[in-house]
Design a protein around this ligand. Structure first.
Ligand code: PLP
Length: 376
C-alpha cells in the first residue's frame, strides 16, 4: 500500500506531524534486523548508544571537512585511528560512508602509486570492478577455489604494475582470501569490509597477513554494529594521504579522500567501543561466529538440506535437497538471504545479529524444507 503523498503538498504539515508520520512508518515498515530469527544480512541491529549519537551529531550538523566545524569530532576520529590502525599494521586513514567509497579510495591511492590494473577474485565485491572502471584501470578477475577463496596461484608472474585486491570475508560466502600469499604486485588492497573486526577476537589468526596491505577497508556498519554510513579506509603509509588530497582557497586544511562534507561517524563508533570495551565487542562477534557454526552443523546433519561450506567468518550457504529453492527462499525471507555460486542459487546465512535465537532459526529452516504433505 502506498502511504506516501502522490505530490508534494503546497502547504506544509508542520514538523511535528511530519515527524510522527515518519516515526510510525519507519518502525512499522523496516526489516527487523534484531528479530529472533534474522540471520540473513551483513546489516546488524545497532546499539542505542550509536543510533542516539547519530541523531545528536545530525542536530549539531558537524562537518569533518572543516575541522573548525567539528573540533571534537575531528579529535575523536584521529584517536579512533590511533586505536585501530596499529592493530592492522596501518598508520593512517579516515572515515567514509561505506566500503564502496573505501575501495575506490584504496584503489585510487594504488593508481597514484603507479598501479595500472586491478586483480581480484571472481567473488570480490562489485565495488572493486566498479572502482577499476571509474579509475580507468584494467580489471582481471581470477578464479576461486571450491571454498570461495581466491586461487592465489593466479598471482604468479610479473604483476608489478598491478594492485591486487584480497577480500577478508567475501559477500556471498564469507571466504577469506590468502592474506599471506607470496606475489610481486605494486600494491595490495584488502577489502575487509566484513571480517576485519575478527582481529579483536580469538579468531584473529584468520587475518594473519592483513598487515601486509598497503590499503585496507572496514565497514563499521557491518561487524562493528554501527548505523550507516560508517566505514574506515586505512593506509600503511601516512604519506599516501598526500596523493589523495586536494586543497582549495576556502579550506583550512586539504580535503582528504573522495567525500567532501562528511558526518561525524567516528563518534557513535567510539562510543560503542567505549561502552562495550574490547572484551564486549569480542564476545558479541564470537557469539555470532558460534551461532553460525551451530546452524551450519544443524543443516549439515539434516539429509533434507545440503551445506555448501562450513562458515569461516560467520557466513555460509546451503540448499534444500528436495524442496523447490525459490519456495524456500520466499518462506525464509526474514531468516535467510540468497546468492549465486557457480551458476546455482544458494541460501545465505550471515551472523550479524547478536539477538538471534538459533533454535527458532533452525525450526524455521526445518519447516521450510519439509515437503508440503509433512507440514503441521
Ligand atoms: C566484501 C565487501 N566489500 C565491500 C562492500 C561494500 O560495502 P558498503 O555497502 O559499505 O559500501 C560489501 C558490502 O556488502 C562487502 O561485502
Amino acid at each position: 500500500m502506498d502511504i506516501l503523498e502522490k505530490n508534494w503538498p503546497t502547504d506544509g504539515w508542520g514538523e511535528q506531524k511530519a515527524q510522527n508520520f515518519f516515526e510510525v512508518a519507519i518502525s512499522e515498515r523496516s526489516a527487523a534486523l534484531g528479530s529472533h530469527v534474522c540471520f540473513a544480512h551483513m546489516d546488524p541491529p545497532t546499539p542505542s548508544v550509536a543510533s542516539h549519537l547519530v541523531g545528536l551529531n545530525a542536530a549539531h550538523n558537524q562537518n569533518l571537512l572543516h575541522p573548525d566545524l567539528s573540533p571534537f569530532a575531528s579529535l575523536v576520529e584521529r584517536r579512533l585511528f590511533e586505536w585501530l590502525a596499529p592493530m592492522y599494521g596501518m598508520s593512517d586513514g579516515h572515515m567514509c560512508s561505506g566500503s564502496t567509497i573505501g575501495n575506490l579510495t584504496g584503489l585510487w591511492a594504488a593508481r597514484e602509486a603507479g598501479a595500472m590494473r586491478v586483480i581480484a577474485s571472481a567473488d570480490a565485491h562489485l565495488s572493486i570492478p566498479k572502482a577499476a572502471h571509474l579509475l580507468g584501470m584494467s580489471y582481471q578477475s581470477v578464479p576461486t577455489l571450491s571454498n570461495g577463496q581466491m586461487n592465489s596461484s593466479a598471482l604468479a608472474g610479473d604483476i608489478t604494475n598491478a594492485a591486487v585486491v584480497l577480500t577478508a570475508g567475501t559477500t556471498g560466502r564469507g571466504a577469506i582470501d590468502p592474506l599471506d600469499a607470496e606475489y610481486n604486485a605494486l600494491w595490495t588492497h584488502v577489502d575487509a569490509a566484513w571480517a576485519a573486526p575478527l582481529m579483536l577476537t580469538k579468531h584473529n589468526d584468520l587475518l594473519v597477513g592483513i598487515d601486509r596491505a598497503d590499503s585496507l577497508v572496514i565497514s563499521a556498519h557491518k561487524w562493528f554494529y554501527q548505523p550507516k554510513d560508517s566505514a574506515l579506509v586505512l593506509f600503511k603509509s601516512a604519506k599516501t594521504r598526500d596523493n589523495i588530497s586536494f586543497n582549495a582557497d576556502y579550506l583550512a586544511s586539504p580535503n582528504i579522500g573522495i567525500q567532501g562534507s562528511r558526518s561525524a561517524a567516528a563518534i557513535p563508533l567510539m562510543a560503542t567501543l567505549l561502552a562495550w570495551g574490547q572484551s564486549g565487542l569480542a564476545s558479541r562477534i564470537e557469539g555470532d561466529m558460534q551461532n553460525a557454526a551451530r546452524v551450519a552443523a544443524y543443516i549439515d546433519a539434516d539429509s533434507t538440506m545440503s551445506l555448501k561450506q562450513q562458515p569461516t567468518s560467520g557466513v555460509f550457504n546451503w540448499r534444500p535437497v528436495q524442496q523447490d529453492i525459490d519456495k524456500v527462499i520466499a518462506e525464509l525471507k526474514d531468516v535467510a538471504s540468497h546468492t549465486i555460486i557457480d551458476d546455482e542459487v544458494w541460501l545465505r546465512q550471515v551472523a550479524a545479529n547478536p539477538h538471534v535465537d538459533i533454535d527458532k532459526v533452525c525450526e524455521r529452516i526445518t519447516q521450510a524444507c519439509l515437503p508440503p504433505s509433512y507440514r503441521g
